[in-house]
Design a binder for this molecule. Sequence first.
Ligand code: MN
Length: 235
Amino acid sequence: MRCCIGITCSWQEAESRHVLRDDYVKAVSYAGGTPLLIPTLPAEAAGDIYRLCDGLIFSGGDDLDPFFFGEEPQVGLGEINPLRDLFELALAKLALAGTKPVLAICRGLQVVNVAAGGGLYQDLKGFTKAQHNQKAPRWYPAHEVRLDEPSRLFGFLGKKNIRVNSFHHQGINRLGADLTAAGKSRDGLIEALETADPRKWLIGVQWHPECSWEKDADSARIFQFFVDEVKRRKD
Ligand code: MN
């Protein structure tokens, strides 16, 4: 049985284009799901999109507008995309309230965290000297993440230390309601989060498993566990 996995896209307002890297499409297809690309829409459309999909991926992209976590823009904040923020935050609030599986990647993890009332570092420079925007190839797992032992990720992957790629300059500084940290890099930054509700399945990762699943078994497993869970809940 196939299942329909909605994947949010970037919205390039200046070019009037919805954009998604094929890596996401390939990773979901390979794990046995049917990817469905979700454009940036008015927030009122989030309900229709949520009903249509069996599971959701919140994809990577630009910075979040700090307005949504109660701050003014600071030096170091990158490009923001307010229309994408508004739509994805509406969709993430539905996803947090519902029971459909969610995989949130990089910006996606930040969107879910902010939708749950959490906050972000607008720029990690003041927090860490660790390189979270690697100069290595996109697939290369450049830094370590230590998983918390009771976490779902630890349960799936069966190990405490994994290595991940890293392409972000923002990060979580305050977790949203009903979310728990599932893994941290050595500098103490939260690199993975999960829902604290045992009846739900929501995992967020600050890294990009869609860029590394062909070479890295842990990255492939994350997509496999996600798609298997979507199918299980669809039955
Ligand atoms: Mn990182």
